[in-house]
Design a protein around this ligand. Structure first.
Ligand SMILES: Nc1ncnc2c1ncn2[C@@H]1O[C@H](COP(=O)(O)OP(=O)(O)OP(=O)(O)O)[C@@H](O)[C@H]1O
Ligand SMILES: [Mg+2]
Length: 205
């Protein structure tokens, strides 16, 4: 019995939380056992969720970028072992809001940390776990800023436009290089986007 590990990726405000909930509903209706989780942090993991709070705290403006990377990876190691692997063994479909493509987009492409270092430490931290399928919601920094206007921001939301552009380029490069990726425009009717995601998922299940 082996489940599936499905990851949602995309810049801030790209609609990940919106779409992941719609897919959860869709899969549950079809009778699948679904676990919804996220990074940093993780469903049911007290330790990973505590690390999430440290990372996203708006007062932590002086956070060093290497310290930040290691916190993300500490959260990931805990999340993989405590939440994801057990659920996979139970045959569940795990829907995860962000995983390591976020690390390459934010920490390597945008923060300019050495991708080779990230690759090595990330693979170690995640116990080699690879997503079965990644759904990437593509949004421009301008469209994201529009959506961000009325919402409460965290430390990473409030980065400059240039930062969000580097994040996007980091994702687009991975979309080209990786198999098992579905790239969907994040702009447009929410239900229409959900349909595209469902079609992609139907193919792999
Ligand atoms: N297709 C869409 N068109 C317009 N607005 C949308 C669309 N999808 C989501 N939104 C809105 O954009 C905002 C951000 O959506 P959501 O929280 O799902 O994104 P997110 O990627 O999870 O963001 P975050 O990075 O903050 O976690 C919300 O107010 C949501 O209602
Ligand atoms: Mg979200």
């Amino acid at each position: 019995m082996k489940g599936k590990f499905i990851v949602f990726e995309g810049g801030d405000k790209s609609g990940k939380s919106t779409q992941i909930k719609l897919l959860q509903k869709y899969l549950k209706k079809k009778g699948h056992k679904v676990l919804l989780t996220r990074e940093p942090g993780g469903k049911g993991s007290v330790i990973a969720e505590k690390i999430r709070k440290i990372i996203l705290n708006k007062r932590h403006k002086e956070m060093d970028k290497r310290a930040e990377l290691l916190l993300f990876l500490a959260s990931r190691a805990q999340h993989v072992m405590e939440t994801v692997k057990p659920a996979l063994e139970q045959g569940k479909i795990i829907l995860c809001d962000r995983f390591d493509a976020s690390t390459y987009a934010y920490q390597a492409a945008a923060r300019n940390l050495d991708p080779e270092v990230i690759k090595y430490v990330n693979n170690w931290a995640k116990y080699g776990l690879e997503p079965d399928y990644s759904i990437y919601l593509d949004i421009t920094p301008e469209e994201a800023a529009e959506r961000r206007r009325d919402e409460k921001e965290d430390r990473l939301d409030s980065e400059a436009r240039e930062f969000h552009e580097l994040v996007r380029q980091g994702y687009l490069q991975q979309a080209e290089e990786n198999g098992n990726w579905l790239t969907v425009s994040a702009v447009g009717d929410i239900e229409a986007i959900a349909k595209q995601i469902q079609a992609g998922i139907d193919k792999i299940l």
